[in-house]
Design a protein around this ligand. Structure first.
Ligand SMILES: [Fe+2]
Length: 159
């Protein structure tokens, strides 16, 4: 698959994951207890952390270095990098608080729901920005050799 198409596809997977995350937030707000959410919330912690890492690493190590060789909207990559950092922070907080809640360390689900929703909100607008601003630029400026370089870098990250 063309690497830019692959980035769009990754985003579609993440959008589905974020909908599942919101579903877990609602279940907790409606009174589900840790024992009832242990399996899906435990799985969500691992998957969201992994998928956000994959998203960030593929872009930061695969796409952005190649894109930097081309003219881009000023500051765009730095804004997106800053957002990656903030998203990682929210996901880290969600994982830590949800882990505590599942283990009985504190009773308020709000402690993990807040960072979960912060991660969802920022990741959603971040991906829209990439879909609408960054990837169309990438489609326009990347040469065939560039695309191969991005695809190879992404493949190495998965190895
Ligand atoms: Fe990104």
């Amino acid at each position: 698959m063309d690497p830019v198409r692959a980035f769009y596809a990754d985003h579609e997977d993440l959008v589905l994951r974020l909908e599942e995350l919101e579903g877990l937030c609602r279940r907790a707000e409606q009174g589900s207890r840790p024992v009832e959410l242990a399996a899906p919330l435990g799985a969500m912690i691992d998957r969201l952390r992994d998928e956000v890492d994959v998203h960030s690493n593929r872009e930061e190590l695969g796409l952005f270095p190649v894109l930097r060789r081309h003219p881009l909207p000023p500051g765009l990559l730095d804004i997106l990098l800053g957002e990656h950092e903030a998203i990682r922070g929210h996901v880290h907080d969600f994982a830590a608080e949800a882990g505590l809640w599942l283990g009985g360390g504190h009773s308020a689900a709000a402690a993990w729901i807040a960072p979960a929703r912060a991660a969802r909100g920022l990741l959603s607008t971040h991906m829209q920005k990439e879909n609408l601003l960054l990837f169309p630029v990438a489609e326009r400026v990347l040469t065939a050799d560039d695309r191969q370089e991005v695809a190879d870098a992404c493949a190495r990250l998965e190895a």
